[in-house]
Design a binder for this molecule. Structure first.
Ligand SMILES: NC(=O)c1ccc[n+]([C@@H]2O[C@H](COP(=O)([O-])OP(=O)(O)OC[C@H]3O[C@@H](n4cnc5c(N)ncnc54)[C@H](OP(=O)(O)O)[C@@H]3O)[C@@H](O)[C@H]2O)c1
Length: 310
């Protein structure tokens, strides 16, 4: 068996608390498979966990390995794990931590087969962002054709999928992002893009049926006024939205749930070219800590991925 290298934190803090350690290879438990990770997606939760910002919601036993989604190869199966065979290429979210390691034991129910058309990097960039976009858009009920959806942070990992899913559902899609992402978002299907550095979306929007907030902060507070009667804000970023709801309005924090059937369908859409999946950049082990910082401070449209084979 190869070494199992893992990007871990031994304490909460900035990029300096990350270390690249050699740890034991885990044994898959009942209903689990051991995955040799080929690629892992970079997410905002990585640095939020590292900094300790979410330590109440996600209490950790330190040291802990970061990373919440992966693509790789099944190398062992635990008792009662029957969905996959050795050598299968799989992808999925962990609903926990540990993806930035050579080997991870994962509940098989969270995984789906990786379509042959997708590279491991492409597959690793899908689970969290695409499932979050799919589910959050439906958190207040199915989208109906003709509804208006405003997506804050539309150029990022989640937003890139949300724009496409909302458009495919027949919604009018409005988006906020940096102006440099305008052409990218129009290409994905956005009907109108507000440059967050130069335009106030609330001066131009009204009767919005759903605001999908992927940013948090004042984007939430500024959005109550643009909602239609019965409209709602669904946020993946504002943990505290329940305490900030404007009188007579609806708002909720949304947390993605692993769903292998949904993920398989989404991966199939990417494989067949019906869904675009943008990779902002691919980094190697040495570049991971800096990549987490770029996730925090700004990055090119789409997802950053770690290629563990580099
Ligand atoms: N609850 C859950 O289950 C769940 C799941 C996944 C992600 N999340 C969270 O959801 C958020 C989005 O995730 P992500 O992976 O899409 O992040 P991301 O790839 O970093 O995208 C966020 C984008 O928002 C844009 N942005 C930043 N500030 C903005 C503002 N004030 N107004 C409008 N746009 C702004 C940036 O693009 P520009 O530079 O183009 O403006 C950035 O690319 C993160 O907070 C993440 O932690 C939660």
């Amino acid at each position: 068996m190869q070494d199992n290298r893992a990007h871990r934190i031994h304490a909460y803090g900035g990029p300096e608390v990350m270390s690249f350690d050699t740890v034991p290879v885990p044994a898959p438990g009942a209903g689990q498979v051991l995955v040799q990770v080929q690629a892992a997606g970079v997410n905002g939760l990585d640095w939020k966990v590292r900094e300790g910002f979410v330590r109440d919601a996600f209490p950790l036993a330190l040291p802990a390995t970061l990373g919440i989604e992966l693509a790789g190869i099944v190398t062992a199966t635990g008792a009662g794990a029957t969905c996959f065979k050795l050598g299968d290429r799989v992808m999925g979210p962990l609903a926990g931590l540990g993806a930035y390691a050579d080997f991870v034991a994962v509940d098989e129910g969270k995984l789906c087969l990786t379509p042959a058309e997708l590279s491991d990097v492409q597959a690793a960039a899908l689970p969290v962002a695409a499932l979050t976009a799919w589910q959050a858009l439906r958190a207040e009920g199915d989208l109906r054709p003709g509804q208006a959806v405003l997506i804050h942070g539309a150029s990022g990992g989640v937003g890139s999928f949300a724009v496409q899913f909302a458009k495919a559902a027949g919604a009018t899609v409005l988006a906020t992002a940096s102006g440099s992402s305008r052409d990218y978002l129009i290409d994905l299907g956005a009907d109108r893009v507000f440059d967050r550095h130069a335009e106030r979306f609330e001066d131009h929007t009204g009767d919005i049926d759903l605001v999908l907030d992927l940013v948090g902060g004042d984007a939430v507070d500024r959005s109550w006024s643009v909602l239609s009667d019965g409209g709602a804000i669904v946020s993946t970023a504002a943990f505290d939205i329940a305490g900030r709801i404007s009188s007579g309005r609806k708002g909720q924090f949304f947390m993605m749930k692993p769903d292998a059937i949904q993920l398989s369908a989404i991966a199939g859409m990417v494989a067949s070219g019906r869904l675009q999946s943008a990779i902002a950049e691919v980094v190697d082990h040495a570049g991971l800590a800096a990549a987490l910082e770029r996730n925090r401070t700004g990055h090119a449209p789409g997802k950053i991925a770690l290629d563990l084979t580099l």
